[in-house]
Design a protein around this ligand. Sequence first.
Ligand SMILES: Cc1cc2nc3c(=O)[nH]c(=O)nc-3n(C[C@H](O)[C@H](O)[C@H](O)COP(=O)(O)OP(=O)(O)OC[C@H]3O[C@@H](n4cnc5c(N)ncnc54)[C@H](O)[C@@H]3O)c2cc1C
Length: 601
Amino acid sequence: MSTLLLCRPLTPSAFLLSLRPSSDFLKQSPLSERLTTRSAETGGGEEYGGKKHRVIVWFRNELRLHDNPLLQQAIRLGKKEGSRLEWVPVFVFDRAAFQESEWGNPKVGSHRARFLLESVEDLRKSLREKCANLVVASGNPQQVIPELLSPGAQHTVLAGQEVTSEEKNAEKAVFAAVQKKAEALGEGTGAGMSLVWCNTMYGLGDVKRLFGGNSVPSLPLVFTKFRTQVEKALQIPSPLPTPSRDSLPPMADVSALQSSESFWPFEKPLDTTAMPMTETVAQELERLGDGADERGVMRFRGGETEGLGRMKRYIWEEDRLKEYFDTRNGMVGPDYSSKFAPWLALGCLSPRQVASEIAIYESKRTKNKSTYWLQFELIWRDYFRFLCKRLGRSVFFPKGPGIYSDPPPPSVRSPRDVEGERLLSLWKQGQTGVPLVDACMRELKATGFMSNRGRQNVASFLALDCRVDWRRGADWFEHLLIDYDVCSNWGNWVAAAGWTGGRLNRFNIPKQTKTYDPNGEFIKLWCPELKRVPEKYVGTPWLMPEDVQEISQCRIGTDYPSPCVHPLTWRDSGRGGGGSGPRRDDRGRGGEKQKGKGRRR
Ligand SMILES: Cc1cc2nc3c(=O)[nH]c(=O)nc-3n(C[C@H](O)[C@H](O)[C@H](O)COP(=O)(O)OP(=O)(O)OC[C@H]3O[C@@H](n4cnc5c(N)ncnc54)[C@H](O)[C@@H]3O)c2cc1C
């Protein structure tokens, strides 16, 4: 696709008509080089008769001012081209993202919608302080963004580069639409698009060089190999500065948009009606209001301000970083892990900023296994993004890229299997009769968050014990998780289901409960039916003798469900059971260890 577009000759009315992902911004993409060189060579736009150049910064998952390559690119162009350049920042609540998935769940559920709305409002405020108005719209980006074109001007849409199919299709659709609109406007109007890599610690250009080129063909499918190679060969670039008020180019006059239905009034604070939600989600959001379930780990508020605030508190004020390695497998309260994920997912927080903060902490306070480990976890995040780049659409296939080790993942129930649907429904509602799974799933539904320990267990339970298509689980997570990130979510799920060639990591849930919730604090928080159950039985209440059930006021099958899978299922699943604890954990999260070579189907 991109090759075809690149072969197209540039015409005077088609400035930059090439949809070509830019490489690491810091290293300069060929496209951005071409863009800036042209302007410099022609004395700032004489080639186009000194026409206006309007840069449209389309924010998607980089809702921040700090370390934002899109803003720095706009600033750089402004410096080169002087007064002929103006810019428009825009965010579109994308209708497609709010629609139902093929399994009937609105992709953006109420928790995600609230966090997103708060994040966009925060960006709007921050930009306003820099004398820039964020244009907010609702609809399809390919319909909305062309409305920002001005007759007779040249345009460049700058957007963060994504790697997965739907997101890439959105980029292509916007590119085609602005091109079409420019042609329709005539008068030498031109439009192009430049995609900029924004959201990993390691630079795209560096990773491409290390792993064989554009589609990173030699990127290892095993995390440890990826990690050791990047740690050895690459540097994490420093974060880019937050733009000052004076450095940004002047805003384009887009006041005419006020009359268009797609755009939110500039002066009006955003509210939930700005989002194209389904009715069910809108009702849930209303019920949710501004409050939070008090059992939740914390009230996550969206936006860069809150994200940077959380980082400051966690690392500096509360000094938690130095103990992260020992606390990270917790499940209750705000401090067992960083909780940076929701802000990282929408780009309210940049991973490079976190890496830089860790380095400063190491030089000023302590450098230990914990400080290393937080960065190690962020490498997992990078890994899934680059892995999705390598694997393309196969990440979403029932058997992922189809690579597995011995033993192979269990066969999956047919989509028409009534029992599979029943198990899925119990899993979603937290009614499986397996307390750790139920507590985690209830937490997810009530708050939009779940610990990493919980996610691994519930994914293993659904995919490997219930043998339900893992994509149904990923779809439910996509609907609910406030830190939903397409690569981290689908990547972790396909790996948990055993389809990326790593060790099949089937969790022994009762054993995991004993290790990570030994006195049932987490379980009792979310499953009050089990409040009086003695510690000994809290992870395995089906083993309670009749008289203990009586005393605990918890009759299995009446007050709390019988387990929906046979408990003997875990008898042989020693691996991942927590018994080998630290050794397994030292190798990181999830089934990263490759056993054998892995076969391709
Ligand atoms: C089935 C499954 C689905 C998941 N879906 C998502 C998702 O949609 N979005 C998401 O951000 N994470 C996802 N994760 C990874 C991980 O569970 C969360 O990142 C983590 O629990 C968030 O809490 P935290 O910020 O306190 O993490 P910390 O423990 O404080 O870790 C710091 C950061 O490292 C990154 N990180 C840690 N573990 C992973 C991992 N396994 N994969 C990728 N990044 C990681 C995250 O950005 C996280 O914020 C998933 C894991 C599983 C097993």
